[in-house]
Design a protein around this ligand. Structure first.
Ligand code: DDK
Ligand code: ZN
Ligand code: ZN
Ligand code: ZN
Length: 307
């Protein structure tokens, strides 16, 4: 497999090797587990990053690569892990976060789809599961969760890019993620799911226009987070509830996590605003990841202050 490079897009084989090497090389801060396999049988590796204290710590859960073509997101999760271990001990904010919390990082949620974008179709979005009775393949995993499932902004047509699936958590990938979060919901205080593109920081709800109970706090934290992001290179984000800020979309993992009780639930839409879209040049990986680090740290620090 090709050598891993944080400033390039790495294929899954390279990422998979990286998961093993970075966790082995930083056993004091990183542990690795598999939360299940994908439809095509690839292991979904989850990294847990934080100082090992022997006792359970509150945690932030972050996933990347829900949608296969959103390559900058896979790059960000790798960048986050690298930054965490390389700035622990030097960056006071990161050190404090890792001493008192854990970060669960799922670098690639939709592995089958990601592989497919490398081998066949760079613009693939969905999973690669076979739909009975149709020649069309895949479900939109971000319409597949138990949150107003398939009521709005989703399609029951397997050929649609926003196909909600044959049932709630029909995708094994969704089931694996949901099972992990359900089993750990008492410690998971924040859920961050990283997508691209549009430069948005979204929070519940997308399955309805009604405001979340924690709307004002979620809004103010999102405003602080995008201000932190903007402080580095001036990149402008917009934040707000999904339904009114981007479009109504039921079945999302963020809405589901929020209704499960994970209060700080956010969807990131990273760079850019459409010039390159999903084909963001590798030259923008570093700046995109560095600025996004500031937003993630802002949210995590707020969570820590409000435990
Ligand atoms: N849970 C819905 C959050 C808002 C939509 C996010 C975008 C990311 Se590509 C989508 O899933 O269409
Ligand atoms: Zn997406
Ligand atoms: Zn998107
Ligand atoms: Zn850095």
């Amino acid at each position: 497999t090709k050598a891993h490079d944080y400033t390039k897009y790495n294929n899954w084989a390279t990422i998979n090797d990286w998961v093993v090497s970075i966790s082995s090389a930083n056993a004091n801060l990183i542990s690795r587990q598999v939360i299940g396999n994908t439809y095509e049988g690839r292991p979904m590796h989850l990294l847990k990053i934080g100082k090992k204290t022997g006792s359970t710590k509150p945690a932030v859960f972050m996933d990347c690569g829900f949608h296969a073509r959103e390559w900058i997101t896979h790059a960000f999760c790798q960048w986050f892990v690298k930054e965490a271990v390389s700035t622990y001990g030097s960056d006071s904010e990161m050190t404090n976060l890792l001493d008192r919390m854990d970060f669960f990082v799922l670098p690639v949620f939709n592995i089958d789809g990601y592989e497919y974008t490398w081998t066949n179709d760079r613009m693939w979005r969905k999973t690669r599961s076979r739909n009975s009775g149709s020649n069309c393949i895949g479900t939109d995993p971000n319409r597949n969760f138990d949150a107003g499932w398939c009521t709005i902004g989703a399609s029951s047509n397997p050929c649609s890019e926003t196909y909600c699936g044959s049932s709630i958590e029909s995708e094994i990938e969704s089931k694996n993620l949901a099972n992990f979060i359900r089993s750990n919901k008492s410690i998971i205080k924040a859920y961050l799911t990283v997508h691209s593109y549009s430069q948005l920081l979204l929070f519940p709800y997308s399955y309805k226009y009604g405001l979340a109970a924690d709307h004002s706090e979620l809004l103010s934290v999102s405003q602080g987070a995008i201000a932190a992001l903007r402080s580095l290179y001036g990149t402008k984000y917009t934040s707000g509830p999904g339904a009114s800020t981007i479009y109504p979309a039921a079945g999302g993992s963020d809405d589901w996590a929020y209704d499960l009780g994970v209060k700080y639930s956010y969807t990131f839409e990273l760079r850019d605003e459409g010039r390159y879209g999903f084909l963001l040049p590798e030259s923008q990986i570093k700046p995109t990841c560095e600025e996004t680090m500031l937003a993630v740290k802002y949210i995590a620090s707020h969570v820590l202050k409000n435990l």
